[in-house]
Design a protein around this ligand. Sequence first.
Ligand SMILES: [Zn+2]
Length: 202
Amino acid sequence: MLGGNVLVLNRLWQAVHITTARGAVCLLYAGRAKALDGDYATYDWDAWVIRPNGSSDDSESYVQGVSGRFVVPRVVQLLQFGGVPRSRVKFTRANIYLRDRYRCQYCGHHGKKSELNIDHLVPRSRGGGSTWENVVVACIPCNRRKANRLPEEIGMFPQRRPARPRWHPALTPTGEAPPHPQWQPFLETTYWPSGSEREGAR
Ligand SMILES: [Zn+2]
């Protein structure tokens, strides 16, 4: 199967984005990336496909190639520079949904984009801004119920205090799947400072 997500590193071992298994296999096959195994050793295509794959990690997915089946890598490293992680998360509707993981921050309802809205803690009509700290994802009933009141006026407080995401949303796997364990060392080295930490550092 060619589903699943693969973490892409640049030459400095920084996570730059996530691709599909198909995308990663293409990069590897084209000689544009190396695959990493569970011990973070790197392999080019020829070495990867002949690598013994009697791994105990049954979460790995396999692809059938002409010369037999091989494991889809979970992490690949680009041979060309491959860009740098973006240092600031863009404030967009899509990124707000990603930050809140498509979950209403008042009642916890997990829904599709069409079932959710963006709620301003301090309503815009009362001077609230469109900032990471003032918006949360809310389901339509919660959004209607809160209307143009302050959280303390109606007793509706978000489950988590909204803030600028610490992770770049491009590195957030889509859906509810947690990052593959093999991604962890790279995610930690690309831990983006939140807005307040960044401002505090100046
Ligand atoms: Zn709700």
